[in-house]
Design a binder for this molecule. Structure first.
Ligand code: GBH
Length: 455
């Protein structure tokens, strides 16, 4: 594998998963705090009250990032830290992100900031959350103050992280906060997230005339039918509609997929919430497209479901989450995006894996993760050889952290975190990633070259 000079290597985290400091520095609760406190929602009722204590240890964490040698770091802002109450700006919360951004820059690391990575303030939820169209205005308050205070020192903006998770896992399947199971709500919530994305892009470009690149990050998963049967094919098409097209089509084509609108109409009482002009705003052009890739999906038809089809068993090797390790399918996904959706530069804003890590004599020999990372980076390199224009890669995650409904039971970090002592310990994957970053690939004899591959 080989990567040219302009390709950027990075690593990623999110506010709720690492910061802790639950009620400190003026922060109020988010929907994830209350979700965690609700029995039966999160593994052993773990929560993000302390997490990696990053709010207090960010200096040390910046040094870890520096040691890895990556050029960029993707993190998100905690909305209830910045707006602990509706319309009330908390300067102390904003200061934290100013400090973090400034310190990263001083250390030569480019900050990539995500505005929303799922920690909706509780006050917003109490007024209906994303189901309420006013959420777009609340989000714009957040976006505006972040742009005003941080734009000068930021290298790229990501409006939303994975609206599929925030919308469908949160409001339809109920596995994420706020834990609702209502498809009508979910489709509205997604619409308002996407609308707030488009508005933020327009504001940054038109009102502020900023040149900082801005985009959205979607979690995409290529979906395959278990067999060639017409029923399985239909199931795959519908699962693809639910997982991918429901987001790709509005963002790149300015319309929701009609087949899915029809299918959803069994649960969605009316599409009146889509107002004139909304779709144009949602499809406002961005500067890049962010993709989080973890796995493929393979589905088989089940008569009981319209679009939430049973994931079929496959004989692929799995990560510690039970997800198929599927780098070839990642290539299929990117080729399809190029063919059907966009020419924008692509950033892989997350890719990584959980495995059952064992700390032994101060080392973690996480062969599985090393292998996963190498395979996916090889795929990125191959795709760029095909001319797919992937401009960067952010490894998820810098360090073990609060893995949502799995709590601290699942470790995605390349740096091991001892959650009692808060010690950070490099896993083998961190050493390996640092090496790949340094060499801009593997066995790459000429680091300055843009074209020669030696592998
Ligand atoms: C991301 O979400 C999040 O952005 C991040 O915060 C999180 O910590 C990280 O990933 C790790 O989970 O069952 O094989 O069909 C990941 C979203 C959506 C990825 C569902 C896997 C199903 C895989 N995920 N998906 S499969």
């Amino acid at each position: 594998m080989h990567f040219n000079k302009s390709f950027v290597f990075g690593t990623a985290t999110s506010s709720y998963q690492i910061e802790g400091a639950r009620l400190e520095g003026g922060r109020t609760l988010s929907i994830w705090d209350t979700f965690c406190d609700t029995p039966g929602k999160v593994y052993q009722q773990h929560n993000g009250s302390v997490a990696c204590d990053h709010y207090y240890r960010f200096e040390e964490d910046i040094q870890q990032i520096k040691k890895l040698g990556v050029e960029t770091y993707r993190f998100s802002v905690s909305w209830p830290r910045i707006f602990p109450e509706k319309g009330v700006l908390n300067a102390e919360g904003m200061d934290f992100y100013k400090k973090l951004t400034k310190r990263l820059r001083e250390e030569g690391i480019k900050p990539a900031i995500t505005l929303y990575h799922w920690d909706l303030p509780l006050w917003a939820h109490e007024e209906g959350g994303w189901v309420n169209r006013e959420s777009v205005d609340w989000f714009m308050d957040l976006a505006k103050v972040c742009f005003q205070e941080l734009d000068a020192e930021v290298d790229s903006w990501i409006t939303h992280n994975e609206p599929w998770c925030a919308g469908f896992l949160g409001y339809h399947q109920g596995f994420h906060a706020p834990g609702h199971t209502n498809m009508d709500e979910a489709v509205k919530a997604v619409h308002h997230m996407l609308l707030s994305h488009g508005k933020a892009v327009q504001y940054l470009k038109n009102e502020l005339q900023s040149k900082t690149p801005i985009g959205i990050t979607l979690n995409l998963s290529p979906i395959y039918a278990k067999t060639d049967s017409a029923n399985d094919q239909l199931a795959a098409n519908n699962a693809d509609g639910y997982s991918n097209r429901w987001f790709l089509d509005p963002v790149f084509k300015g319309q929701y997929p009609v087949d899915m609108m029809n299918l959803f109409s069994k649960y969605v009482h009316s599409y009146d919430f889509i107002k004139a002009g909304d779709m144009e705003i949602i499809s406002t052009s961005c500067d890049f497209f962010g993709i989080n890739y973890y796995s493929r999906g393979i589905v088989e038809f089940s008569a009981a479901n319209d679009f939430l089809h049973r994931g079929a068993h496959s004989d692929y090797e799995k990560t510690g989450m039970g997800w198929d390790i599927a780098p070839e399918e990642f290539k299929d996904l990117i080729r399809r995006l190029r063919q059907e959706y966009t020419d924008l530069p692509i950033y892989i804003t997350e890719n990584g894996a959980a495995f059952d890590d064992v700390l032994e004599n101060g080392r973690v020999h996480d062969h599985g993760r090393v292998d996963y990372i190498e395979k996916h980076l090889q795929a990125v390199s191959d795709l760029n050889d095909e001319g797919m224009n992937i401009e960067g890669y952010y490894l998820w995650s810098l360090m073990d952290n609060f893995e949502w409904s799995f709590g601290y039971d699942k470790r995605f970090g390349i740096i091991y975190v001892d959650f009692d002592s808060q010690e950070r310990i490099w896993k083998d994957s961190a050493y390996r990633y640092a090496e790949i970053v340094k060499n801009r690939g593997t066995n790459n004899s000429n680091k300055e070259t843009d074209t020669i591959s030696v592998s």
